[in-house]
Ligand binder design. Structure first.
Ligand code: NAI
Length: 339
């Protein structure tokens, strides 16, 4: 059982922003001109914890920056073109990476590997060189592989701190809350589903038995909900019909996770949310990265929470998750060691 105050904090991570801003930070978005990058930049402009917002893309970032900079909040916005990556990263404390190509109908996240792996590798190398103390929030898919890529690149550069590299899985948490609330007729903001594992199809494991609204579900209703949480991204890819994947809900999720990291950095206590990080939970099975509830603090990852009690169905989901996740992680690591 979580203590009452911890529950309050978990619930606060569910709102887009908390307003008791203490220390403010420079945040850089790499891929700011894209479908996610643009609305994410706008939402970060509204975040009271951001003092300086640096927008970079190989195309379009100065335009996005000029536009977003007119919003009447305190932060200063600067846009950087393709050849100004180092300048964009100078002095930054938090880097959010939504750079890369999105899925088209029929594609899995792993199909994006060939293009996105090298984009993420090169951006991580630049962060390691210019802003080695930055916290890196990876949105680019396949997250199960891109997080190991970032970590390996930083390790090679001798600046790796596992407490500062995060795979953003918040959209799975957001979807789980929304979809379960529809069934349970509850307030999605108070329907907090811990979603653990990884960020693709069967590696996404919602722990519905851990909350009041979800623990009674069984049979076909349960199976359908789990499938919808695992493959909710496909609904968007199909509806967009070739024009990309989730961008607006992802921007919301990314801004919410960035705000949680920033509040942790500012010294706020009890900020707990799932994220895909270097984790000891399944190390004995050769799985180095895993998403579970993580407490965020002044150094990034403060504490990795155990999964807690699982139902028999969740044990099965976990069994299906682990081998796939292991494969995805190894693919990311191999890519860096071969390049
Ligand atoms: P998009 O194609 O609209 O935007 C990507 C942007 O990245 C473009 O503006 C492009 O110019 C830029 N870019 C490409 N190479 C770059 C480089 N080397 N440096 C800087 N910028 C570069 O794609 P969208 O829809 O914004 O998706 C971005 C990524 O986010 C995709 O990999 C997608 O799969 C992933 N995604 C992740 C989710 C998650 O839950 N973690 C959810 C939805 C999408």
């Amino acid at each position: 059982m979580l203590a009452r105050s911890a529950l309050r904090n978990v619930s606060r991570t569910n709102r887009l922003f908390s307003t008791s801003a203490a220390r403010q930070q420079k945040v850089t978005v790499l891929g700011a001109g894209g479908g996610i990058g643009q609305p994410l930049s706008l939402l970060l402009k509204l975040d009271p914890y951001v003092t300086s917002l640096s927008l970079y893309d190989i195309r379009g970032a100065p335009g996005v920056a000029a536009d977003v900079s007119h919003v009447d909040t305190g932060s200063v916005v600067t846009g950087y073109p393709a050849d100004k990556l180092d300048e964009a990263l100078e002095g930054t404390k938090v880097v959010v990476i939504p750079a890369g190509v999105p899925r088209k109908p029929g594609m899995t996240r792993d199909d994006l590997f060939n293009t996105n792996a090298s984009i993420v590798r090169d951006l991580a190398a630049a962060v390691g060189r210019v802003a080695p103390d930055a916290h890196i929030l990876v949105i680019s898919n396949p997250v199960n592989s891109t997080v190991p890529i970032v970590s390996e690149v930083l390790q090679k550069a001798g600046v790796y701190d596992p407490r500062r590299v995060f795979g953003v899985t918040t959209l799975d948490v957001v979807r789980a809350a929304r979809f379960l609330a529809e069934i349970a007729d509850s307030n999605p903001q108070e329907t907090i589903v811990p979603v653990v594992g990884g960020h693709s199809g069967p590696t996404i494991v919602p722990l519905l038995s851990q909350l009041e609204q979800g623990k009674g579900l069984a049979g076909e209703g349960y199976d359908k909900l789990v499938h919808r949480i695992q493959f909710g991204g496909d609904e968007v890819v199909k509806a967009k019909d070739g024009a990309g994947s989730a961008t607006l809900s992802m921007a919301y999720a990314g801004a919410r996770f960035a705000n949680a990291v920033l509040r942790g950095l500012a010294g706020e206590k009890g900020i707990v949310t799932p994220t895909f990080v270097k984790s000891p939970l399944f190390e004995d099975k050769g799985i180095e990265y895993f998403s579970s509830n993580v407490e965020l603090g002044v150094n990034g990852v403060e504490k990795i929470h155990p999964l807690g009690p699982l139902s028999a169905s969740e044990e099965k989901l976990l069994e299906a998750c682990l081998p796939e996740l292991k494969k995805n992680i190894e693919k990311g690591k191999a890519f860096v060691s071969q390049s």
